[in-house]
Structure formats: structure tokens, C-alpha cells
Design a protein around this ligand. Structure first.
Ligand code: FES
Length: 140
């Protein structure tokens, strides 16, 4: 193999390997994000425990809430409901698989809802939850 063909085939391999690695990372982070479409009833959303089996975080979407809600399992096994609304200027935040991000001014919140990077200074709002009839009831 001459020098030109060697460089060409090496570059092709590197581009393919980089692309596959990036794709695998994206698919892995997508695989960890679970979504539950909830409905509001009596100013609350009920999430069956069967929806939470073997999950650490579930994003609750509902048409009539001001933002999505993240149900996050603590190390002790309890679930916490975080309102996914940035505390800097009330914009929706997104879950990236390991933290919550605001794409407006780039605040970042940890899995407890505490700001890791500003400008947000206050933690995410925690909604009251109740365990009832094999479900978690999130009070809005
Ligand atoms: S609105 Fe989220 S960081 Fe400013």
C-alpha cells in the first residue's frame, strides 16, 4: 500500500470510528430517558409504580402543566418530583441523562435539583408526592 492510500484508508477508519462512538453515546443517553404521559385529575398526576420499575428517572409530560416534571429516585429509594422550570427566568429545562439543563442561559441542575452552574441560584421546585394505591400521586 502506498503512502497516499494508507493515509486515505486510515482517515476513513478514524471518521467511521468517531461517528460510531458518537452515535453509541447518543443512543445510550436516549435509552436512559423514560417518559410517562400523565393526565391531570383533581389537580394532581398519578403515576403507577409499574411505570417506574427499574428506572431512576422518569419525565412526566402532561398537556396542561406549566412544564414537564421529573420523578427522580433517591439513593434511599424514595421518589422526588422536580418541576422542570428554570429558577433563573422560568424557562423549561431538559434532562440530558445525568443532569437538568437550561438552554437559555445554560444553568445546570443536579439530580436533586440543586444548581451546579449559574446563573440560576435557587434549586428546582419540589412538588409534593404521596404514595397511594400502588401509584405516586404528584400534587400540582
Ligand atoms: S432562564 Fe435558565 S438560565 Fe436563565
Amino acid at each position: 500500500m502506498d503512502r497516499r492510500n494508507f493515509i486515505k484508508s486510515s482517515c476513513t477508519f478514524c471518521v467511521a470510528a468517531t461517528g460510531l462512538t458518537a452515535l453509541a453515546t447518543m443512543l445510550q443517553s436516549c435509552a436512559t430517558i423514560h417518559v410517562f404521559n400523565g393526565t391531570i385529575d383533581n389537580n394532581s398526576i398519578t403515576v403507577p409504580l409499574s411505570e417506574l420499575v427499574e428506572k431512576e428517572t422518569v419525565i412526566i409530560k402532561s398537556k396542561n402543566t406549566e412544564s414537564d416534571i421529573a420523578l427522580v429516585k433517591s439513593k434511599s429509594g424514595e421518589w422526588k418530583a422536580l418541576l422542570m422550570l428554570c429558577t433563573h427566568a422560568s424557562n423549561p429545562i431538559v434532562f440530558n441523562g445525568s443532569a437538568f439543563m437550561c438552554n437559555v442561559h445554560f444553568s445546570e441542575f443536579n439530580m436533586d435539583g440543586v444548581p451546579k452552574n449559574g446563573p440560576a441560584q435557587k434549586p428546582l421546585k419540589i412538588l409534593t408526592t404521596e404514595l397511594k394505591n400502588e401509584s405516586i400521586v404528584i400534587k400540582l
